[in-house]
Design a protein around this ligand. Structure first.
Ligand code: ME8
Length: 693
């Protein structure tokens, strides 16, 4: 079958142990922009996203939240979905791994692996990182996970294994023959080095917990969550379905053209997944593209670090397009990039309110004013000037350059190139002074005015068409204002200079990017603060309500300057004001609820070398095992603490003590004159992970 014009793109399926944050929004936005562009280029595009709902991590999170894994997953999956709807994500399918269609497909994949002889039974004894759901080869009990730094747990159980070792040479050959299979180059090299260092067979089932897809023919085991999760890319398009249409869908769309992921899960996608597919004799995806991390306050934005920002805080205040533009323009795709509210507002004001907003607003306002809202055309009455041709040539070059850069996933450079054109046109308008020409009498001046405004409007059309995948809402508005109708109907393959219809009627001209003032940053920070207590609770009920604010979008001025640049955004305050305590020193219940205290079980304790007072503890808090460094050595022998239940403050930002990361604080009374620590404890038996309130 000719699959020439199909394009199948996927995001990772996100774990439901935590609510969505801007990191998840980032990958999803990138895929959405690529998918929109491909549709505009005439591709039969299929864009898949979804949620990863099985495994020990989710099971434990549900227990901690006092609910069943299914209810827990239902509620967080609904949040992801609701966020993506709100963000206008144009996905074709949202798959959940707890859906029957997925379970059936994943079992089908298992059966194929088994039939081809790549699965055998064995016993696994080794270390496992529950947070990453990964087996850690070569680690000893008590060792931290090399990826996330959490303490690994010892697993000893009967498992099924996949003969991964049989695929090392085949994988290396595939990487070599398909240099674009893993991108960017740094990740490709990393994966090649990993495979060259030798592949061990992989345990692909678990038998000590239940929350997963039963292994066909041996339901005491559940499938390893990564085998389950990766297969979503096939099951969503019909693998394992008995339905004819679904089977046709699989033939049509598989293999995927792009698996877009964050760099931390490259090994699963570029080693395990292609090996599973080779074993099942299914075609391999064409590319695995790994982007960098979004950092906040200098470290990877993640729930466990407690430094997440929610997409809603930006989009409720500044709109979807602002977040999209910021993420694609500010971050060099593939590398890590920092997020800050200040930077969002600065980018918005300079590139959108100032550059594109001004170009659109001043050009269209003048066409309305001087030509009654009908697009003028360069008139043969007066000769064109070099400046006009320069803009035309630059626009033509920009189309080619933008297309190339965007298709190489260099979004920031593609946008930079389009905005260089915007800047040139704004400069052209300042130099050609149409507002002065308009005041002069005579046909020639009218003709000159027509040429200037046509040139500006045509360049605006070109930029708008190119920017649509990144700015779908605003580009659609500008397109309508240009009198061009529905932008999603435009065929991007046709884009070239000179297509603005002569005499076309403009739509209603309104500012698309009102300037953001200083209060915008504070409003976003405030929203983030207001959402925090709900986030810390780790349960998965509805998101905390969001105050409506005075206006949904920045500033909302009634008009936008018709000419002349506007002022750049003033630098804003760095941090949101902390919740103020009442004059009598009392705090509100909301403030108290921000502190998440949980019951933990000490699994390991030892003295910290060179520190008399410090102990290093590994504390199981139900959802995970935390490393905590506590100043209790003067009062407690480490050996006596093992097996004891303690209270820990679980949502403290991590800090380093004697080079060791401490993830939480042990609650103790300070007794007597010397302030000797006495651990908080319970008379009744309390479950691990129980919350104190
Ligand atoms: O890994 N910066 O799910 P997950 C950039 N279920 N991207 C980020 C990010 C950040 N700070 N934080 C998250 C899983 N992401 C598995 C995947 S796929 C078969 C199974 C994005 O919820 C990024 O795409 O931990 C990253 O790879 C993904 O979310 C991890 O999501």
């Amino acid at each position: 079958m000719d699959k020439g014009n199909k394009f199948y793109i996927t995001t990772p399926i996100y774990y439901v142990n935590a609510r969505p944050h801007i990191g998840h929004a980032y990958t999803t936005i990138v895929c959405d922009a690529v998918a929109r562009r491909k549709r505009m280029l005439g591709y039969d595009t299929y864009f898949l996203t979804g949620t990863d709902e099985h495994g020990q991590k989710i099971e434990r999170s549900a227990t901690t939240a006092g609910t069943t894994p299914q209810k827990f997953a239902d509620s967080v999956a609904a949040e992801f979905r609701a966020l993506f709807e709100k963000m206008g994500i144009s996905y074709n399918d949202f798959i959940r791994t707890t859906e029957p269609r997925h379970k059936q497909g994943a079992q089908e994949l298992w059966k194929r692996l088994q039939e081809k002889g790549f699965i055998y039974k064995g016993t696994y004894t080794g270390q496992y990182c529950v947070h990453d759901e990964a087996y850690i080869d070569g680690a000893k009990p008590g060792d931290p996970c090399p990826d996330c730094g959490r303490i690994t747990e010892t697993v000893s159980e009967e498992n099924y294994y996949f003969k991964l070792s049989a695929f090392a040479d085949k994988l290396l050959k595939h990487y070599q023959q398909n240099p674009d299979f893993i991108r960017p180059e740094t990740r490709r090299n990393e994966v090649i080095a990993f495979v060259k260092s030798g592949l061990r067979d992989l345990s692909v089932s678990r038998s000590t917990f239940k929350w997963g897809i039963p292994v066909p023919g041996d339901p005491k085991h559940v499938m390893y969550v990564w085998l389950d999760a990766l297969s979503n890319y096939c099951t969503a398009v019909g693998l394992g379905s008995k339905d004819k249409e679904e089977q046709q869908k699989f033939d049509r769309y598989w293999p995927a053209d792009v698996h877009m992921i964050g760099k931390e899960i490259i090994r699963f996608h570029a080693v395990y997944w292609p090996a599973f597919l080779m074993a099942a004799e299914l075609p391999l995806p064409r590319a695995v593209i790994a982007h960098g991390w979004l950092l906040f306050e200098e470290s990877k934005m993640s729930k466990s670090r407690g430094n997440i920002v929610r997409a809603e805080s930006v989009i409720d205040v500044m709109g979807n397009d602002t977040l999209r533009y910021f993420l694609l323009r500010e971050i060099a795709f593939g590398q890590d990039g920092s997020f800050s509210f200040d930077a969002v507002v600065q980018r918005y004001n300079s590139d959108l309110a100032n550059d594109l907003g001004n170009l659109s607003s001043r050009t269209l306002t003048m066409i309305n004013r001087y030509f009654g809202g009908s697009v003028p055309y360069p008139s043969p009455l007066v000769a064109k000037r070099d400046a006009d041709d320069t803009i035309r040539d630059q626009a033509q070059r920009t189309i080619a350059e933008f297309n190339q850069l965007f298709d190489e996933y260099q979004f920031n450079r593609a946008l930079e190139s389009a905005w260089t054109l915007v800047a040139s046109v704004n400069k052209y308008l300042v130099e050609q002074e149409p507002w002065i020409v308009s005041e002069k009498e005579g046909e020639e001046n009218k003709a000159r005015l027509a040429t200037i405004l046509y040139t500006a409007a045509e360049a605006l059309r070109v930029v708008t068409a190119l920017a649509y995948p990144v700015l779908p809402e605003s580009a659609a508005k500008i397109w309508l204002q240009l009198g061009l109708g529905d932008i999603t109907k435009f065929d991007l393959r046709e884009l070239k200079w000179g297509q603005l219809p002569l005499g076309g009627k403009l739509g209603k001209v309104e500012p698309v990017f009102p300037r953001a003032d200083k209060s915008t940053i504070e409003r976003m920070q405030q929203m983030e603060q207001e959402r925090k207590p709900a986030a810390a609770a780790q349960t998965s009920t509805a998101t905390a309500p969001v105050p409506a604010g005075e206006g949904a979008r920045p500033g909302q001025p009634a008009t936008q300057a018709a000419h002349g640049p506007t002022e750049a955004a003033p630098a804003a305050k760095a941090a949101a004001p902390a919740a103020a305590a009442a004059p009598d020193g009392k705090i509100s219940i909301d403030d108290f609820l921000k502190v998440e205290m949980r019951v933990g079980l000490v699994k390991h304790a030892e003295k910290v070398k060179g520190a008399d007072k410090l102990l290093r503890l590994e504390v199981d808090i139900g959802s995970e095992v935390r490393q905590v460094v506590a100043g209790i050595a003067v009062a407690y022998e480490p050996e006596k603490l093992i097996g004891r239940k303690v209270v820990i403050v679980a949502n403290l930002a991590p800090r380093k003590l004697r080079g060791l990361e401490s993830n939480g604080m042990i609650v103790a009374a300070s007794a007597g004159e010397d302030g000797k620590p006495v651990l908080a404890s319970f008379l009744e038996d309390v479950p691990i992970g129980a919350k104190l309130k």
